[in-house]
Design a protein around this ligand. Structure first.
Ligand code: XIL
Length: 493
């Protein structure tokens, strides 16, 4: 009991809390936002503290949508929206209003109404919302997700009732009430560079030709490491918007990792790289003034609420601790490479301080000075009784899909003649067990050779096993290994 109390009151390890992202963002010339839900923000002081510490603005995740406000016609429930907007303004954060005209998350009582009724309900909703929040909220997603994946106007109750002119009408109606607010069109999949991107530019060009008061575009950016967009598409879109005199926001950034195979470490590395890539694109584009992440931490992301355990799409983990994605965003804001891209995941790869992590399926492994390639120690493997026997490294805690991987090590053998030295990965996941040849060198006796390779892991579901073998020489031949490194290979962005 006494011990427990002592442990319980031990001061926290010298807290090295990362610097506020918003300060780094000030240096990079963009504003950072985060989507927040009520009551989460009010219920957890640590969530509120982190939101205020790292961000310039919030987007109410759901609280300003039509359905949560007006479940029953004419009875507007503003509790959550008032609480969020009030909290933000009190703490010096700005608010982005999301989303005024959207065919999703609209009240059930609207469906099946005649056009005239729909029109008056929409008018009433717009004017009430802008009366209630227009004084404090100066940026609005006026129309959300009006395009289908082909870039055409998606069928919706509004399109059916009012025709395509309803988008223009919504912007004009909001501008009449809020002459100085930033009015945005917001949509998903815009940075894939396909027909939807083309459709967006067509929509925007039409609106501009008709004199519609559109100020900018929100590029949602719900990404998935298993289906990455072509990296050049986002900078191209940002440039196209700039040419049209429009502002751009990255408005709902999150990066799914649940559908990709492999260990969480590798999948989060890929996530971090995408966060970095998107942030750099925003920082480098004159049009892009703000980046909002869709949720503060993995535990309260909407995919977590839906029970998708392998997800974890945002910057902080379930315990509110920064993930690689957080550090990658900080690095992007500082103009540095994502730290994960230079990281070596192999501990004791140089064998200097120990040999923990090295095993073998047969023979005898020893850390000795005689086996050193550099430094004082290396690993000597003798009494091998089969070609496949050799030093083994377990990569199962790290190896994930979404980025290429690299492995390198130094090896030599003491055979009487040239011997093959091979790196082979033994994998086991939902795709079954398989052996992936990664590298091969035919090495002369006694000479150190470099075995190095880069490859794209093809993985399915969680990894059960990822053992990297050095193998190949005839049974009885001894091998030495030293200076092993492994990690992800991030594309240049
Ligand atoms: C999502 C919210 O995060 C969820 O909590 C809700 O259940 C569904 O909507 N595009 C948008 C956002 O514009 O409003 C959506 O937010 C995510 C996709």
């Amino acid at each position: 009991m006494g011990t427990l109390l002592v442990l319980g009151t031990r001061p926290a390890a010298a807290a090295t809390e990362p610097p506020p992202l918003r300060e780094l963002a000030d240096g990079a010339g963009i504003r950072l936002g985060v989507a927040v839900a009520w009551p989460e923000l009010g219920r957890r002081p640590e969530v509120a503290r982190l939101v205020a510490r790292h961000f310039h603005s919030i987007t109410p995740e759901n609280a300003l949508k039509w359905a949560p406000i007006e479940h029953q016609q004419g009875r507007r429930d503003l509790a959550a929206a008032d609480a969020l907007v009030g909290w933000a303004l009190e703490h010096g954060l700005t608010v982005k209003g999301h989303a005024l005209v959207w065919d999703q998350e609209i009240p059930a009582w609207l469906l099946g109404r005649e056009s005239a009724e729909l029109q008056s309900a929409l008018d009433a909703h717009l004017s009430a919302t802008l009366d209630e929040f227009g004084t404090g909220v100066h940026q609005w997603d006026v129309v959300n997700e009006a395009l289908d994946p082909q870039g055409q106007l998606a069928p919706s109750p509004f399109i059916t009732a009012f025709g395509p002119g309803h988008i223009d009408a919504a912007f004009r109606a909001v501008r009449r009430r809020l002459p100085d607010a930033l009015l945005l069109y917001n949509d998903y999949d815009l940075s894939a560079g396909g027909p939807k991107t083309t459709g967006l530019l067509r929509l925007v060009d039409g609106m501009q030709a008709r004199g519609v008061p559109l100020d900018g575009v929100g590029i949602q950016s719900h990404l998935d490491i298993a289906r990455p967009p072509p990296p050049e598409a986002l900078p191209a879109l940002l440039a196209a918007l700039h040419e049209r005199g429009l502002v751009a926001h990255i408005s709902e950034l999150d990066v799914r990792i649940g559908r990709a195979g492999g260990a969480r470490w590798g999948r989060e590395a890929a996530q971090a790289w995408h966060v970095h890539r998107v942030a750099r694109a925003c920082i480098e584009a004159p049009a892009c003034t703000a980046l909002t992440v869709w949720g503060l931490y993995d535990g309260d992301h909407w995919t977590a609420r839906e029970g998708l355990q392998r997800e974890g799409p945002v910057l902080l983990d379930r315990a509110l601790q920064p993930k690689s994605a957080f550090h990658a965003l900080a690095a992007a804001l500082r103009g540095e490479a994502p730290p994960v891209c230079t990281e070596n995941i192999i501990e004791h790869g140089d064998l200097e301080d120990g040999a923990r992590g090295w095993t073998t399926g047969g023979g005898v492994l020893r850390r000795t000075q005689a086996a050193a390639h550099s430094g004082d120690f290396g690993l000597h493997h003798d009494q091998r009784t089969a070609e496949w026997q050799g030093p083994v490294r377990d990569l199962s805690a790290h190896l994930g899909a979404g980025l290429d991987w690299r492995v390198a090590l130094q090896a030599r053998h003491d055979g009487p003649s040239d011997q093959p030295l091979r790196l082979t990965l033994r994998l086991e996941d939902d795709g079954g067990e398989r052996f992936v040849p990664l590298a091969k060198v035919v090495a002369p006796p006694g000479e150190w050779v470099t075995l190095a390779t880069e490859w794209t892991p093809k993985l399915e579901g969680p990894l059960r096993r990822a053992d990297l073998y050095l193998e190949g020489p005839a049974a009885g031949v001894a091998v030495d290994v030293d200076d092993m490194q492994a990690g992800v290979v991030c594309p240049d962005s």
